[in-house]
Design a protein around this ligand. Structure first.
Ligand SMILES: [Zn+2]
Length: 235
């Protein structure tokens, strides 16, 4: 039987002893009922853990068979990694309808979680996730050409209210140019392939990048993380 891979990003207790699980797969968001997932005996609870990757088959919205591919143990054993990761899962659940290519998103998310699980410098991969996901959400900033005229020459800097770089000709005195060092970091994270970034991690201004993407997600998608509440629930 062919199994589908999924990353469990949300779970809800359901009926007497079941759980509903929500997964990101390469076809989008999938939800299934896992019977007996809240029973201590039996093993179906193994397939209903938040933040795990499983291979599964389904039958009429029930999980019929599954195996665990990854439990992300290092993340679960580290409060800070867990907090970072739960925010990413929350974003995935909330914004999935905006994702333009599920196959790419699934593999990208899977790789980022592996890196957060295994690399010392997990904050680097958190930043990469938020910056590269802008493209998959269809709200990519114009980073290599003037957002107004499309020319690639004489770019002065990034103007937040316009969502991109502005050139000397199109610049208005009312435009405020975003922090240049942060902009350079963002351009590098955005355009460099993940494989190359993995081989060559570099120092970035984490707080500067975070300020940028929190504001960008809020302005362009109305998205603000609520995951403090989510985090309280799993503690
Ligand atoms: Zn221009």
């Amino acid at each position: 039987m062919e199994l589908t891979e999924g990353i469990i990003i949300k779970t809800i207790n359901y009926k007497e002893s079941s759980k509903l699980i929500y997964m990101i797969t390469d076809r989008g968001l999938a939800s299934l009922e896992v019977k007996g997932a809240n029973k201590i005996n039996g093993h179906s609870h193994l397939y209903a853990n938040l933040l795990s990757k499983i291979a599964f088959s389904e039958n009429k919205h029930f999980l019929s068979s599954a195996k665990v591919l990854d439990n992300y143990v290092n993340i679960k054993n580290d409060f800070n990694r867990l907090e970072v990761t739960l925010k990413i899962l929350e974003l995935s659940y909330t914004l999935i309808e905006h994702i333009t290519d599920f196959e790419i998103y699934y593999h990208f998310l899977s790789e980022i979680l592996d890196l957060i699980n295994n690399k010392d410098n997990y904050l680097f991969y958190e930043s990469i996730f938020y910056i590269k996901t802008l493209y998959l959400l269809g709200i990519a900033p114009s980073l290599n050409a003037c957002v107004n005229c499309g020319k690639k020459e004489n770019l002065l800097g990034f103007v937040f209210s316009r969502g991109g770089m502005i050139c000397r000709n199109c610049y208005k005195t009312s435009d405020s140019i975003y922090d240049k060092d942060v902009t350079v970091d963002i351009i590098k994270l955005y355009y460099t392939k993940l494989d190359a970034l993995k081989e060559n991690e570099f120092d970035i201004n984490y707080n500067g990048i975070k300020d940028f993407y929190i504001r960008y997600y809020s302005d362009y998608l109305g998205y603000n993380s609520k995951s403090k509440n989510i985090f309280d629930k799993v503690k």
